[in-house]
Design a protein around this ligand. Structure first.
Ligand code: MTE
Ligand code: MO
Length: 322
């Protein structure tokens, strides 16, 4: 994807200085390592995309580990092509209707097997942590993909503050239930509120992020404001949006998609090109933003994060535990 530029040519030599300086500034703000992005064309695009971004800027975002070198999708792609069934099932519905969601004040209830349960204001959840930029691939179970420059907090660091006890084997997350604000909840498309879950070791894995922003800005409502999960090696539906409840539990929680179609959507939902969806192949994916006639690209095992997460599933039959 990336065209390698000759290392002897400095970017400042081939770019007007004002653009170069703004680019450096964006890199720092977005936390992208300067060497991470190769070609001038890619660069110009990422810079232009970052300038399209709207909404409050997040302070003191630092680069985090595990970012892909692929260029992120545009702000436009990321914020107008969404799945957020609480606002409708068409890709353009969330951008059109999620403005009705009131995200401040926002309270998250923490419950179950932990020593610090309670109601936490969004600000109190996030403020103790440094914000990190993580450019991750996102692979939807529908066989399309994007690259998103998230801003967030490692989920492990947030969960540790609630002091989960030895009985906590899974974490369950729930989205807000409010058909007044979420017009899609007036129809029983899913078993509302949207529910998701992770095994404790998946939740505590350093790749797992609690995201609060994109492109250095606060999350737009359609992307799950004010806070949403990002689990980059799993299909997108695990990355639950607009979270109001975190619960430490002993038993594997039932998830909304599992309840809706248990033969199609399992609890694990690890990206796996060798295990097809009953109704379509998972071997390849359509990269959003690549153009209508671009060939599909191969889907990678664990969405390209196999080196990081492969060990979590040693000995597990990934066809049975799909
Ligand atoms: N609450 C809730 N979370 C959700 C969804 C949803 O419908 N409701 N859709 C999921 C799906 S299928 C995907 S692919 C991602 C899409 O995230 P994005 O719109 O930020 O790209 O959100 C996930 N999180
Ligand atoms: Mo998805």
């Amino acid at each position: 994807m990336l065209i390698k530029r000759s290392p002897s040519i400095q970017p400042s030599e081939i770019t007007p200085e004002s653009v170069y300086l703004r680019r450096r500034e964006f890199l720092r703000a977005a936390g992208i390592a300067a060497g991470a992005i190769g070609s001038q064309a890619t660069w110009a695009r990422v810079l232009a995309d970052s300038e399209q971004a709207t909404g409050p800027r997040l302070p003191d975002v630092r680069p985090g580990p595990f970012s892909t070198e692929q260029a992120p999708n545009s702000w436009e792609d990321i914020t107008t092509y969404n799945n957020f069934y609480e606002f409708g099932t068409a890709k353009e519905d969330p951008a059109r209707y999620a403005g009705a969601l009131v995200t401040r004040p926002w309270t998250v209830t923490v419950a179950g097997e932990c020593d610090r349960p309670g109601s936490y204001a969004f600000e109190d959840l996030v403020r103790p942590h440094a914000l990190e930029e993580r450019v991750y691939r996102l692979r939807c179970v529908e066989a399309w993909s994007m690259v998103v420059p998230w801003v967030g907090v490692p989920l492990a660091e947030m969960l540790k503050r609630f002091e989960p006890n030895s009985q906590a084997r899974y974490v369950r997350f729930r989205t807000l239930l409010d058909p007044g604000q979420m017009r899609g909840q007036r129809r029983r498309v899913l078993d509302w509120p949207y529910a998701e879950g992770l095994r404790m070791d998946e939740a505590m894995h350093p790749l797992t992020l609690m995201a609060v922003g994109i492109y250095g800005r606060e999350l737009p409502n359609q992307n799950g404001a004010p806070l949403r999960l990002v689990v980059p090696w799993k299909y997108g539906f695990k990355s639950i949006k607009s979270i109001v409840s975190i619960e430490f539990v002993r038993e594997q929680p039932r998830t909304s998609w599992e309840l809706a179609a248990p033969h199609e959507y399992g609890f694990y939902a690890n990206v796996n090109p060798q295990v097809d969806h009953p109704r379509w192949s998972q071997a390849r994916e359509r990269a959003i933003g690549a153009g209508l006639f671009a060939p599909k690209q191969p889907t990678l095992m664990f969405n390209g994060y196999a080196d990081q997460v492969g060990d979590l599933y040693a000995g597990l039959d990934l066809r049975v535990n799909f």
